[in-house]
Every structure is written in C-alpha cells, then in structure tokens.
Design a protein around this ligand. Sequence first.
Ligand code: PEP
Ligand code: MN
Length: 355
Amino acid sequence: MEMQFKPIQLPGVDTKRPIVIAGPCSAETEEQVLETAHDLAARGIKIFRAGIWKPRTKPGGFEGIGSEGLLWLRRVKEETGMYVATEVATQYHVLEALKYGVDILWIGARTTTNPFAMQEIADALKGADIPVLVKNPVNPDIELWIGGIQRIYNAGLRRIGAIHRGFSSYDEKVYRNAPQWHIPIELRRRLPDLPIFCDPSHIGGRRDLIAPLSQQAMDLGADGLIIESHCSPDYAWSDKNQQVTPEVLDNILKSLVIRETHTTEDISDLRNQIDHLDNDLIDLLAKRMRVSREIGQFKKEHDMTVLQATRYDEILGNRIEKAKAAGMDGDFMKVVMQAIHEESVRQQMTVLQNK
Ligand code: PEP
Ligand code: MN
C-alpha cells in the first residue's frame, strides 16, 4: 500500500533535526508536571511529554493519574507555550486527549502489538487532524509496525511518525530493549518520508545510555528524539533509572553531533548503516555460538558425538537455497556457512573438553 506522509510541522517548532520531545515518563502530581515543564521550556524544549495512562507490565505499580492529569497538561500549554503529547491506548483515551487539547498522541509499544487496539484507536481518530507517533511493537516485527501505521493512515491522518523504542528479548542484556537498528533502517527504506523518532530512554533503560543512543540515532538519520526527563528522577513513580533532569537532558542535547546530510544517497549515512548492520551481525553470530555451546552441553550429557553429518548437510542445503532466493550467490553462502559451522564445532569442542 502506497502511503504519503506529511512532516510533523508545528508552528514555532524548528524542523531542524532533532525535533525533541521531552518530559516525565508519567504525570504524577501537578507540581511535578509544572516544575519539570517550566525547567524544560526555559532550556528551549518545545514539546512536552507525560504519560497519563501507563501500561505497566505488572499490576500494583502506578498506572497513571488519568484524566485529571490532562488539566495539568493544559496548564503546561498555557504557562509555557509548549505543545503537549501523551500516550493513548483506547478509544476513551483518544476522546479525552482530544477534548482537553493534547497536541500530539503517541501509541505505546504494547498497544502497537495488538491490531484490535490499533483499529479501535484509528476509528476514534477518524476526522481528527493531529500528529500521531506509533511506537514499534515489543516484538521485532516490522510488518506489525507498518500495519499499525496503515490503520492510522486509513483513518485519514497524514501527520504520522514512528518511534523506535527497541525490542524486548530474553537474553542477558545491556539494553532494556535491544535497538536492532536494522529494523528502523528497513522502515526508512520502506517508507522514506515517514518521520522517525528514537526513544533512547526506553531502549537503554539507563541514564548513561541516553547520550550514546541519541548520537547513534542521529548518525542513522533519525528526525527526532523522545527522551524522559523528570525534575527529581530518583523519586519518579515509574522508570526512574532512565529519567534525567532537564539540566542533564540539555547537556546531552548540546553534546550531539548532528551531521546535516541524512538522505540515503549520502555516503557517510550508508557507511553508518553498514557499521550498525555489521554490529547486529556480530551480535547474532554470538547468539548462535551460545546456542551451539548449549547443544554441546546437551551432547556431552547424552554422550553424543559433536558432528552429526546429516544435520549439517541439511543446514547447508537449506541455507544455500534461502540465500539464493534472497538474491545472493549460492557459493558465497556455502563459504559463509562453512566458516560459521567450523567455529560452532570449535565452540562445542571446548564445552566437551571442559571437565
Ligand atoms: C512510555 O513512553 O512511557 C512508554 C510506556 O513507552 P513504551 O510503550 O515504549 O514502553
Ligand atoms: Mn517510561
């Protein structure tokens, strides 16, 4: 399906990269919202975020202040002149947010995962002209992400953006949600005029990762950043480990190096993409080796030989066919698979030799 998007232009907001959205994970109290907003506004932030309804993984935590907080956002607008953004997950949220004059809506990762919820939101948005940012689904499924965007588009909205907030995984991890940069890169390739925001707070889950992740996003040509900022991060009611004060945020933003050309024709951008893709390849290979070692452990416990020849032939044949179908040379894939197999065998042998 062909989609043509309009840029997220707001009067008074510079369209120069990055467009910055900042504010607390959650609106907690009227004082916390206003103190944070005034500090951010004084530092030049033009778009304020705050979660009013919070999708929490487990019950019992703070699940958001609800509609009352929309009055606080209205005060933020009146007192600071900033635009305000919040997350919507149901028809009720959309109607409430529109009623109270929220300027930008975003859809959370857990919601994008559910087509019923996305359709309900899209239906509630019919006829509205408001920018909507769609976060990636929690699982690394680009089709589900694009499908969610299509539902909003089909409701008649054109100022749509995507937010890359990383993907959950079971592995021991540096990141709260693995960035898997190849997915937003592919989204840019598939929908070149769709504005893409990066959410380093939810990718990193840690304050110290916000700056390097923001820089990576900028190097990959992201249009904007959405960053969690709180007047007293250590006392935040949700996501405290990843929130920074407006002052720290300001320093992070000032430290970013923004390379001006970011079209895909630009060679440095393409080289950056290659660097990130190679990093992803190395991560994937490391995961594959870890699984190999687990297989080695299993074989050791069950007295099996390391080399199971029929299994190897099967893998080789199957991967070569897949590579050919994806437009690569069969002999090339054979060499790659042989090298990977050699290293896997070596890793399994070390497991077997470890008494
Ligand atoms: C948020 O932005 O506070 C949020 C809940 O994000 P996500 O949907 O990415 O977890
Ligand atoms: Mn959060």
